[in-house]
Write a protein of this length. Structure first.
Length: 169
């Protein structure tokens, strides 16, 4: 629900409308209500926003909790078996709560953070993961030991290293 809602708002406003809403420091729904003179949007906007926030929270939380529990199960299978699923879920919930609280206190610039972290991830997926697969998957054996592989690995390391280096400047 939340992704289609976001796209609907973006397409309804366009780049100029989004810039105007940002400049006026207004939520998208408030800006839409003001621009189109629609009091219904002004009244229903908060309810729609709360529903979108709740559905987005539960979607992200459930995915993150299951992913974190899976990582813990893979890293320490014996410890997770002895502690049980209930304690694991409680520990994951506490970890997510504390890290979210820390992020709220630190208050990083989220768009810059996403931009800086997505660069190395995309470079890794485009350059390094295929090269890793070529050398680990038996069906890709014919593509091993080609000169282009060295170039792609070096280009991937430069791309990941450049973006990572810029994070620490």
């Amino acid at each position: 629900m939340s992704h289609s809602f976001v796209w609907s708002c973006v397409l309804a406003l366009g780049s100029d409308g989004l810039a105007a809403a940002r400049e006026a420091n207004l939520p998208v729904l408030s800006h839409l209500a003001n621009v189109h003179g629609a009091p219904v949007i002004a009244y229903l906007g908060p309810a729609i926003a709360i529903a979108a926030i709740c559905s987005s929270f539960f979607g992200h939380y459930l995915g993150a909790a299951e992913g974190a529990a899976g990582i813990v199960r893979n890293i320490a299978p014996n410890a997770t078996k002895s502690m049980g699923e209930k304690k694991l879920a409680l520990g994951v919930a506490a970890f997510i709560f504390l890290t979210t609280w820390a992020a709220a206190i630190i208050n990083p610039e989220i768009l810059a953070l996403i931009e800086s972290l997505s660069g190395p991830v995309i470079a890794s997926i485009l350059y390094l993961m295929p090269m890793y697969a070529i050398y680990k998957v038996e069906a890709l054996r014919p593509y091993r030991k080609q000169a282009s592989n060295i170039f792609i690995i070096i280009a991937g390391l430069v791309a990941v290293g450049g973006v990572t280096f810029s994070l620490f400047r």
